[in-house]
Write a protein that binds this ligand. Structure first.
Ligand code: SF4
Length: 292
């Protein structure tokens, strides 16, 4: 078990973050709540280095929910580029419309109102409250779960699904002071992204190394339980991404089955992926092919 109090460990992370935080545009003082919301959705399944240029372009083009709400879905999905999981773009577009309709174009501060927006789940609502509005919140992404799991619970990897025990443990660590709470959330997230990484944690550089329960146990189970490296090549997700790339680059409807860039794809898989993209309302059938 950790030898020092939880409070001291939390403070160590806050201090470390003050010196090590990356300079990211959605952390700047002048960013809007909308900018924070967009960044959180983009960052959910995509690394910072790929998100940053797209986020900047989005903020330039759609600096507030009102400007995005009147855009066309195809433009929004096209501007999502190669961030992956394009349904996130579609949901942000719907979210912008809901913010305009229900909240006069201002991102709401209230947790329930945030959760009622399209595509906003528990994590995103908490992150917006913490990082956009400086409120006390329990922000639990994979990185934070890994840090808490290792340092406090002695577990190499968090469970595949968030458990009640994890949520309670995380909530008990969040400082009562709102500003400290936001710094802890951001710091734990950054520590998990930069130092306490999944496969090769750099414990020598970690502010928690002398108190970490997992280090004390001898770092057991690092190679277990994180085997989430299923091959991406040839999966439906990859094929969906390739179809989206073809349609993104096209100004006119495309006959996808005959497109040279997709000739190597099994026709059955191609048809299945096309159907699912149409069902997700990400692409549309036109008289002479498909389009965004
Ligand atoms: S000491 Fe190592 S395992 Fe523990 S929190 Fe830090 S980086 Fe993670």
């Amino acid at each position: 078990m950790p030898s020092r109090s939880d409070t001291a460990m939390v403070q160590d992370v806050i201090e470390w973050f003050a010196g090590q935080a990356r300079d990211l545009p959605w952390r700047h003082q002048d960013r809007s709540a909308w900018g924070v919301l967009v960044s959180e959705v983009m960052l959910q399944q995509t690394p910072v280095v790929r998100v940053e240029p797209v986020w900047r372009a989005w903020m330039e083009r759609w600096p507030d929910p009102a400007s995005m709400a009147v855009a066309g879905q195809a433009d929004v999905v096209r501007a999502w580029g190669r961030l992956g999981y394009p349904r996130r773009a579609q949901r942000l577009w719907l979210c912008a419309q809901a913010i305009v309709e229900r909240h006069g174009g201002e991102v709401p501060r209230d947790g329930e109102a945030l959760l009622a927006l399209p595509g906003v789940g528990e994590y995103t609502a908490a992150a917006v409250r913490a990082f956009a509005f400086g409120e006390r919140a329990v922000v639990l992404d994979t990185n934070v779960r890994r840090v808490i799991g290792r340092a406090w619970r002695g577990e190499a990897h968090p469970p595949s699904h968030l458990t009640r025990g994890e949520r309670d443990a995380a909530a008990s660590l969040v400082p009562l002071d709102a500003a400290e709470s936001a710094a802890w959330n951001a710091g734990a997230m950054e520590l998990g992204a930069l130092v306490c990484v999944a496969r090769a944690p750099r414990c020598d550089e970690c502010p928690l190394r002398s108190d970490c329960a997992w280090v004390e146990l001898g770092r057991p189970g690092l190679g277990e339980g994180s085997g989430r490296t299923q091959s991406w090549h040839g999966t439906d997700r990859q094929v969906r991404g390739r179809i989206m790339a073809v349609l993104r680059d096209a100004q006119e409807p495309v006959t996808v089955a005959a497109h040279p860039a997709l000739r190597d794809v099994d026709p059955g898989q191609l048809a299945r992926c096309m159907r699912s993209l149409v069902q997700d309302d990400l692409i549309r059938a036109a008289a002479d092919g498909h389009t965004l």
